[in-house]
Design a protein. Structure first.
Length: 412
């Protein structure tokens, strides 16, 4: 039975409609490193979890969540901690003679402390200034492991952004140069390592800002797309049966049109609310009940927390540009045809930025929003529109003119 899991990373048995993608991923990783790209909530981490939990024979995947990492030495700490959590790899490293002292101490003497924050601080102090050689020598020792190791680095773009803000562009650029040098060494000495890197933000844009656009050009790119129509219909039917919802076949397409394109996360979210209808409404679902649930619950306060990232993420631009981004997205969401041409969008941006308006800044902002799949540019009309119908409706609900305008009788 298909479980309804809004907000959670699906276990392998709950991952839906990704069979072909996983087959392609395993074929590709046999000879390549992989860059797995997807908007947040599209299922990227679910795919990574499937690789981690159900690896093919001869592979040992290790997963690292890098979203809150803000320095290279913290990155090395995370790698060492997860490696030592693997009994097979810890046993291998216990007999290694060429390990750096900082790593050797943790392997032989202080493994029990490794979950404590004090251990983390001590380790980072010991490798400060020498993290490059520590990490490289660790990887060389791990080459002796029997299986091919897959290092799954989730949210590398977020890590780079945090390093930039904490220590400057040079530090982030240095990390990417080191990471590339490790992969070049892989061709000669690290033949049993693979890297599976994932990200939800505009990775290419971050690399351009670092003047390092070619540091990941040796990765094979795989995109996590929305489900196709048949997969989406099967998921809808399976969720309806598991929740006891009497869903007429004639409502499947209207239901999916509310989400459009069909992304599993938002389909699960809608069904989590349909499952709370009264039994008489749930057992014989009508279009009116479906529409009411979508408008009042999915787009309302009950589900606002599921969308918060799309709002809070804009704060990384700083207040002035954040205001311009909100104004632009609101203009697109409220347009009669939910589309806005580039010229009109520039006027919206100019009003928000005032004398500080800069056409290059707008181009970079739109590129970032497009890379993160907020909006899509239609090249035939030079118009921008939201990628997802549910995101457009949510944005209009919470950032529309009604919410921005002062209430009648209030002082402006």
């Amino acid at each position: 039975m298909t479980r309804n899991i809004p907000g959670n990373v699906p276990d392998p048995e709950d991952l839906y409609g990704r069979e072909a993608l996983l087959e392609h991923l395993w074929r590709t990783i046999a000879t390549n490193n992989i860059l797995l790209l997807a908007p947040r909530r599209f299922g990227k981490t679910g795919v990574m979890r499937h690789v981690l939990k159900q690896p093919q024979h001869g592979y040992l995947p290790i997963y690292f969540d890098l979203e809150d990492v803000d320095s290279p030495d913290e990155f090395v700490w995370r790698v060492v901690r997860e490696v030592l959590a693997q009994d097979r790899l810890r046993s291998l490293l216990q007999s290694a003679r060429a390990l750096p002292g900082a790593v050797r101490n943790w392997v032989k003497d202080t493994f029990d402390e490794i979950e404590f924050d004090g251990a983390r601080v001590k380790f980072r102090e010991e490798i400060a200034g020498d993290w490059r050689s520590v990490a490289r020598r660790l990887l060389l020792e791990l080459e002796k492991a029997g299986p091919t190791l897959i290092f799954i680095f989730d949210e590398l773009p977020s890590m780079l952004d945090k390093i930039r803000h904490a220590s400057g562009d040079d530090e982030a650029r240095s990390f990417m140069a080191w990471f590339r040098s490790v992969r070049m060494q892989q061709q000669d000495e690290l033949r049993r390592h693979r890297f599976l890197v994932g990200g939800s933000t505009g990775l290419d844009l971050i690399l351009r800002r670092l003047s390092a656009p070619d540091t990941l050009n040796d990765f094979a790119r795989i995109y996590v797309e929305p489900l196709n129509g048949e997969e989406a219909a099967h998921l809808v039917g399976a969720l309806a049966r598991s929740l006891g919802i009497g869903l007429p076949e004639t409502l499947v397409d209207p239901l999916l049109a509310l989400i459009g394109p069909p992304v599993p996360y938002f389909i699960h979210l809608l069904f989590s609310q349909l499952g709370q209808l009264r039994p008489d409404q749930r057992q014989a679902l009508t279009y009116e009940a479906l529409e009411m649930t979508y408008r009042e619950r999915v787009l309302g306060p009950a589900c606002k927390r599921y969308f918060d990232h799309y709002e809070t993420r804009l704060a990384r631009y700083g207040k002035p540009v954040e205001r311009a981004a909100v104004a632009g997205l609101s203009a697109i969401a409220e347009a009669p045809l939910q589309r806005v041409g580039a010229t009109a969008l520039y006027e919206t941006y100019r009003r928000a930025r005032g004398r500080d308006a800069d056409e290059r800044e707008l181009d970079e902002l739109l590129a970032d929003l497009e890379c993160d799949w907020y909006v899509v540019l239609d090249p035939t009309t030079n118009e921008y529109h939201f990628m997802l119908s549910v995101m457009r409706d949510w944005w209009r609900r919470w950032h529309g003119a009604r919410r921005r305008s002062p209430r009648r009788g209030s002082k402006s």
